[in-house]
Design a protein. Sequence first.
Length: 273
Amino acid sequence: MQRNIIHIDESKCNGCGQCITACAEGALQLVNGKAKLVKEVFCDGLGLCMGECPTGALTVEVRAAPAFDYEQTKIHVLAERGEDGFQQLKTAARKNGVSAKSLPAPGHSGCGDRRGGCPGMKMRFVPKPAVVADAATALADRSGLAQWPVQIHLVQPGAPFFHGRELLVLSTCAPVASAEIHKQFIRGRGVVVGCPKLDRTEGYAEKLAAILKDKSIPGVLVVRMELPCCGGLTAIVREAVRQSGRRDLRVEEIQIGLDGTIKTQARNKSGGL
């Protein structure tokens, strides 16, 4: 089955062990100085251990894995941690609504919100009014964002805020560097945000390609920093356009300088950058 399960980036793990004590299910252990997922059926996929990791080595991913088994986990915790550990497991299960008959649903956010998942992953779309000449000044200081979520990992192909709109692929740093991002680029577009250097970008091209298969999307605008590493975002978009199979997409790249100025832009109307 496809479900949420913990992922550990060993390159970031410093072996502090805080995630291990935070995991009431005993799914994590230190092996050769690194945190390891010892057995998939012990991991409930809620990701509560993530909040205890000081280096950001833990994330929740969706992949094929056996279902969380509460009964096996109880036996495991009793054997490894005794009665105190078992009481911790029962307390966590009650708090998070986890039991043998109540398992975390695939796609659950991992933030522990029993009432429907993490608010940060709930889809929202409230179209903003178009900017007309006499309203431009009034809207200049307002956010142009009409949707949520925006992070590439979290958005879903087919979301209503992509339909019939140009896709804006925005580097994480660009809206911090430039005050022009909302004014010139966000309003009226479907928006995704990512960092090619610091994100786990596996699957980004495939996700964007799936979005771009919606033929009502007329084009792609990449807005990134002028730094060489940020060019990875353009490469991801180029691969996504190729995978989408579309040759009718308008594609444009805009680079933002470190001082926030718009440095360069290049347009390609043949389906590639």
